[in-house]
Ligand binder design. Structure first.
Ligand SMILES: Nc1ncnc2c1ncn2[C@@H]1O[C@H](COP(=O)(O)OP(=O)(O)OP(=O)(O)O)[C@@H](O)[C@H]1O
Ligand SMILES: [Mg+2]
Length: 249
């Protein structure tokens, strides 16, 4: 059987803030989550419920206070071993793209860390730009010379260039207008069919989430209160909070 790309078991994250770390706050409380290759799990829930925190844990950017994590069926291990295998696409591509760097440079940056020779990198950049629907000439442009949708395509190209096994999309289409949103959602689906990565799709937009997700996990105050097939969540949600979310949409 296909192992989970990411498996989190009973994860707790405690943020400490205030003078001398005096105040402790559990942003995640006993969260378990599994994502398989080729599968997208939609993560929904109100603002502050812990979605981004969970995404950061999956990426290895935030060590959990408690709990176990596995990547590709093995213990999570060192960052170096996961290089190029985990990626993120954020709401504002401006945050992922250096405004002074040509798009081609930004897209190939993750490949430099993998030690790929520069001639191969150039070829790979042209290939991935084609896959996100951009002409290779976009490599020479600066982010400021692109539309919002084109910038998000560049950010997706950068996230995909190393062929990662797992991608977190954190409000990745939220800043885009509706027609561009639809294009980017289709792109995400097509790229997943082609590359087979597992994905966590974090969003406030239940319609967008439905369009790309095989499964839905619902977060409420740091806990996952419902996790199941998309059709069940949108058809006959079990948890009262899920029904409230759907009712409000
Ligand atoms: N570095 C931090 N230190 C202290 N508290 C934090 C930190 N980062 C996040 N939090 C708190 O943890 C909780 C969860 O935050 P998180 O960003 O994961 O929520 P979210 O579900 O992504 O919200 P949104 O939908 O608004 O993006 C919030 O109450 C937030 O204030
Ligand atoms: Mg968030």
């Amino acid at each position: 059987m296909e192992p989970d790309v990411i498996a989190l078991e009973d994860i707790t994250v405690t943020y400490r803030s205030g003078f001398l770390g005096g105040t402790a706050f559990d942003a995640l409380r006993g969260v378990s989550l599994r994502v398989k290759a080729g599968e997208t799990v939609g993560l929904v829930g109100e603002s502050g419920s812990g979605k981004t925190t969970l995404g950061r844990v999956c990426l290895g950017l935030l060590p959990p206070t408690q709990g176990q994590m596995r990547f590709g069926g093995a213990p999570f291990g060192k960052l170096r071993q996961r290089r190029g295998q985990l990626s993120v696409v954020l709401q504002h591509p401006e945050w992922a793209l250096n405004p002074r760097l040509r798009c081609g440079t930004s897209v190939q940056e993750p490949l430099v860390l993998t030690g790929m020779p520069s001639s191969e990198r150039r070829e790979r950049v042209a290939e991935i730009l084609g896959q996100v629907g951009l002409d290779p000439s976009f490599a020479a442009r600066l982010p400021g010379q692109l539309s919002g949708g084109q910038r998000q395509r560049i950010a997706i190209a950068r996230a995909l260039v190393t062929n990662p096994r797992f991608i977190v999309f954190d409000e990745a289409v939220s800043a885009l207008d509706v027609s561009v949103q639809a294009q980017v959602l289709n792109l995400i689906r097509d790229l997943q069919k082609r590359h087979g990565f597992g994905a966590l799709f974090i969003s406030h937009d239940l319609a967008a989430t439905r369009y790309v997700s095989h499964r839905i996990a619902v977060m409420l105050r740091g806990e996952i209160v419902e996790d199941g097939p998309s059709a069940r969540f949108y058809g006959t949600p079990e948890h009262p909070y899920s029904r409230a979310l759907l009712g409000a949409a």
